[in-house]
Design a protein around this ligand. Sequence first.
Ligand SMILES: Cc1cc2nc3c(=O)[nH]c(=O)nc-3n(C[C@H](O)[C@H](O)[C@H](O)COP(=O)(O)OP(=O)(O)OC[C@H]3O[C@@H](n4cnc5c(N)ncnc54)[C@H](O)[C@@H]3O)c2cc1C
Length: 381
Amino acid sequence: MNFELSEDQKMLKDMVREFTQKEIEPHVKALEEKHEFPREILRKLAELGLLGITIPPEYEGIKTDFLSLILTLEEISYSSPSIAVIISVHSSLFCYSIFKYGSQKQKEKYLPPAAKGEIIGAFALTEPEAGSDARNLKAKAVKDGDLYILNGTKAWVTSGADAEAFITFALVEVEPGVKKLSSFIIERDFPGVQISKIEEKMGLHSSPTAEIALEDCQVPIENLLGEIGKGAHIAFHCLDCSRIGIGAQAVGISQRALEEAIRYAKQRQAFGKKISEFQAIQFEIAEMSTLIEAGRLLTYRAADLNDKGKPFSKEASMAKLFASEAANKISYLALQIHGGYGYSKEFLIEQIYRDVRVLPIYEGTSEIQRLVISRHLLKDL
Ligand SMILES: Cc1cc2nc3c(=O)[nH]c(=O)nc-3n(C[C@H](O)[C@H](O)[C@H](O)COP(=O)(O)OP(=O)(O)OC[C@H]3O[C@@H](n4cnc5c(N)ncnc54)[C@H](O)[C@@H]3O)c2cc1C
């Protein structure tokens, strides 16, 4: 068992931290206030290779191990959870699914521009009537000559209005009377793609989320991703990977909440003392820090199993479940330590408190993670 990061991982983590402090941190408040997609920052991240972290060099990426992506997401989440989720979806869901399941032609067409940040990718699985119950999706694709014609509505798509391309899922008749989910690469400019709504969200304001209507959307047959009828497998495998990224996002935000709480506790006075001198506050800080370490270890372990080619689905769900629930507890305590000022937009903890609320919801709710974990445990008994 080795708890040390490799030299390459340490160097990458330091490089991302430096970039985040210099190029992201100063812009976060304005981007969040304006609900602005961080296009310019993504361009700079691409220059550093950080949008091509799941893409091999033959397609102009810098493919690293999976843990390095996790470290990157953790560092960026410390300053901007919004930017972290955009990168997570682009890397673990869009690029990775094309790299793993795409044809040679699809890899050559989509991966180099994705690595260079010329296209940002999204992942549109959820529908207005089907989130957790992804096997109940309604979107349909019908073959018509050289095209598939897609109809349906995709909801809650991270980067949906800003991404140049996205992976989506629709039912296709694979034999008479049998419909199975299949996966497609859609370009935003394909005929029939409509951005039908931008969600007004509680947090993550610089990660705009959209609803996309597919109305007789014309998709060339070569844009079918992977085998016909294998969409559910593609979606669930890629989500296993990206759930570890949400664990990392939770750890990065939690670390920031803890540091904000410590900073505040050391300067705020009450009853003639700094509040950090009260044991109740000290115990809360100890509790927060312990939760962060536990979430970090679960997250790194799931990433390490993935890197070693071992099964990691249960561990990915455990990491996501624990770290995202912990982030909510931590941000609650950190805000509490700020007292009334924590309820004010003047203090960062107010934004953190809103941002963390989505962590136990997206990429599979905490209830769904518990289902995944218990199914793994019960199947062998
Ligand atoms: C900010 C944001 C960004 C998102 N980005 C994306 C994206 O990029 N791409 C994408 O495809 N989706 C995205 N989503 C959608 C997200 O993945 C879904 O919201 C999530 O999977 C839950 O689905 P739902 O909202 O339909 O809730 P529902 O499935 O309707 O669940 C409602 C409640 O019932 C519970 N529940 C449901 N089934 C069970 C069960 N079997 N046992 C116990 N409890 C159950 C749930 O845990 C939840 O508490 C995003 C969502 C948000 C909020």
